[in-house]
Design a protein around this ligand. Structure first.
Ligand code: AMP
Ligand code: ZN
Length: 439
C-alpha cells in the first residue's frame, strides 16, 4: 500500500510536547476539580468522605487521590443530579441505555458541544477527511451520540454531510453511489453488512463507489475484522472510541498508521487502573480505562471507570501526533454486552425472568452475529409445572417474556423456553452468556 499523507486538524493541540501537555492538563484538572466540588453535591460528599480538598489537587500527579465515578452514579443522580451548571445552560442531552430501563444521560453546554465537535473533527481528519469530502453518517441520530457526533465533526471541517442515520441498507448504498460518499461512519458490524450487500447488488466498491475511509466504533471489534472491512469496501478502516458519559465518539481515534487510538488529551486525562484495587498501572500494562474530563462544563466526569480494558502507549506516532494512544479495547471488567449498539447487562434480563411465573431463574444468553447483525437468544428453564402445561399457555408466557425484555432492555430477542434442569449448572460462578460472535 502506498504511504499516506497524514492530515492533522489541530496541530498545536495534537502535536505539542509531552511536558507542555502535562502542564496544560494539570491546570485544567485543578479547575475541573474546583468546579465539580463547588457545584455537584454528590462528588463533594465523596471527596469529603475521602478527606480530599480541592486545594490538595495541584497537578496531574495528584489525580490518584481523587475518588472514582461509576455508571451507577449517573443512574442514582437521574436525571440532572450531576449537572455542574444551572440547567438553563444545558443546550442538549444525549444518552445510552443503562441498567434500569431508563437511559443514562449527559448534559452539554454550548461549549461542550463545541469541544465534542472539535474532537470529532480531529477524528475524521485523521482518517483523511477534508473540506472536499462527503461524509456518509450511518450511525443513528437520536439520544445515541454516534450520528450527531459524526455530523458535528464533519460540519466543523466543512465537509458535506449525508445524515443517513441507520437502516434501509439498499437506499444507503444508492445514496453512497449517486452522491459519491467518500467517508463512511458507522459501526464495524454495519460496515460489514453494507460491504456484503454492495457486493450482492452486483456493485464493485472500487469501481462503483468513491469511499476511501471509514471511522468505525461504538462496539468492540478486532484487527481481523478491520482487514475484512478494508478488503470488502476497498478503504482504510479506522477505529474510533468514545462513550456517552465523556462526550460520545471522538474521545480517541486511530490515524492512518492504525496502531492504537490517539486520545484527545487536552480534553480528557486517561489512566489505566487495576480493576480490583483501583491502583494506577504503568504505561503498557493492560487494565481498566479511567477518564477524567478537563474541559467539560455540563456534567464533568472525574476518574470515571469505563470498565473497558486496554493499555496506553505514550511513544510518539509516525503521524506526528504526540498524544498517548490506547490499544484496541480487548474486553470489559464487567459483563456488559453490546448488542446492535445497545448496552445490555445480563442482570437486566434476569430481573425480567424472576418476575415471571412458571420459569426458573436458570437462563443462558446466546449471542451471535447473523448477516453481520447481532442476535440474542434467551434460553430460560420452565418449572416442572409449566413444563406439563398446554402449548398455548407456554407460548403466551414466552411472548410475555419477549415483550418485557424488549421494554426493559430495548432490543428484540428470541426467547426459548427449555425443559427443567436442561441448562448446565456450574459449581462456581454461573456462566450466563455464550458469545459466538467472531470477527
Ligand atoms: P455508549 O455510551 O452507549 O456509546 O457506549 C460506550 C461503550 O461502547 C464503551 O464504554 C465501550 O465499551 C464501547 N465502545 C465504544 N467504542 C468502541 C470501540 N471503538 N471499540 C470497542 N468498544 C467500543
Ligand atoms: Zn498517529
Amino acid at each position: 500500500m502506498e504511504k499516506r499523507e497524514h492530515k492533522i486538524f489541530n496541530h498545536q493541540m495534537e502535536c505539542m510536547s509531552r511536558d507542555e501537555r502535562l502542564q496544560l492538563q494539570s491546570e485544567r484538572l485543578v479547575k475541573t476539580v474546583r468546579h465539580e466540588y463547588d457545584n455537584v453535591p454528590m462528588y463533594r460528599a465523596r471527596m469529603d468522605e475521602k478527606g480530599v480538598r480541592p486545594e490538595d489537587i495541584r497537578s496531574i500527579e495528584d489525580l490518584k487521590y481523587l475518588p472514582f465515578m461509576e455508571k451507577t452514579d449517573l443512574r442514582d443522580q437521574w436525571p440532572f443530579g450531576l449537572l455542574a451548571v444551572p440547567k438553563r445552560e444545558i443546550v442538549r442531552v444525549h444518552g445510552s441505555s443503562g441498567t434500569t430501563g431508563h437511559p443514562i444521560i449527559s448534559g452539554y453546554t454550548k461549549n461542550d458541544l463545541e469541544v465534542w465537535s472539535e474532537m470529532m473533527a480531529r477524528t475524521l481528519t485523521a482518517a483523511g477527511c477534508g473540506p472536499d469530502d462527503i461524509v456518509h453518517v450511518s450511525y443513528g441520530f437520536g439520544l445515541f451520540t454516534g450520528g450527531f457526533g459524526a455530523y458535528q465533526g464533519a460540519d466543523k471541517i466543512g465537509a458535506m454531510v449525508i445524515p443517513m442515520s441507520s437502516g434501509n441498507t439498499q437506499r444507503q448504498i444508492m445514496m453512497m453511489k449517486e452522491l459519491g460518499s467518500t467517508i463512511l461512519c458507522c459501526t464495524p458490524s454495519y460496515a460489514t453488512y453494507l460491504g456484503e450487500t454492495i457486493r450482492e447488488m452486483g456493485l464493485d466498491p472500487n469501481r462503483d463507489l468513491k469511499l476511501k475511509a471509514g471511522c468505525f466504533g461504538a462496539e468492540p471489534w478486532t484487527e481481523e475484522m478491520r482487514y475484512h472491512i478494508e478488503e470488502l469496501l476497498g478503504i482504510d478502516a479506522c477505529d474510533i472510541y468514545g462513550l456517552t458519559e465523556i462526550c460520545g465518539p471522538g474521545v480517541s481515534f486511530a490515524c492512518l498508521e492504525k496502531d492504537g487510538m490517539h486520545i484527545n488529551e487536552d480534553h480528557v486525562i486517561a489512566e489505566i487502573i487495576n480493576p480490583a484495587t483501583g491502583e494506577q498501572l504503568p504505561y503498557g500494562q493492560s487494565g481498566e480505562l479511567v477518564f477524567t474530563t478537563i474541559t467539560k462544563e455540563g456534567t464533568p466526569m472525574i476518574r470515571y471507570r469505563t470498565h473497558d480494558i486496554c493499555s496506553l502507549n505514550p511513544t510518539p506516532c509516525a503521524c506526528g501526533r504526540t498524544t498517548v494512544r490506547m490499544t484496541r479495547i480487548t474486553g470489559r471488567t464487567d459483563d456488559m454486552l453490546i448488542i446492535r449498539g445497545v448496552n445490555v447487562f445480563p442482570s437486566q434480563i434476569e430481573s425480567v425472568l424472576v418476575n415471571v411465573d412458571g420459569v426458573a431463574p436458570h437462563y443462558m444468553l446466546i449471542v451471535d452475529r447473523v448477516n453481520s447483525s447481532d442476535t440474542m437468544e434467551v434460553q430460560v428453564e420452565m418449572t416442572e409445572e409449566m413444563f406439563s402445561d398446554t402449548v398455548s399457555h407456554i407460548e403466551q408466557v414466552r411472548r410475555t417474556i419477549t415483550e418485557r425484555i424488549k421494554s426493559v432492555v430495548g432490543i428484540s430477542t428470541n426467547v426459548k423456553l427449555v425443559a427443567p434442569k436442561s441448562i448446565p449448572r456450574s459449581e462456581g460462578k454461573a456462566k450466563r452468556v455464550i458469545d459466538n460472535r467472531k470477527l
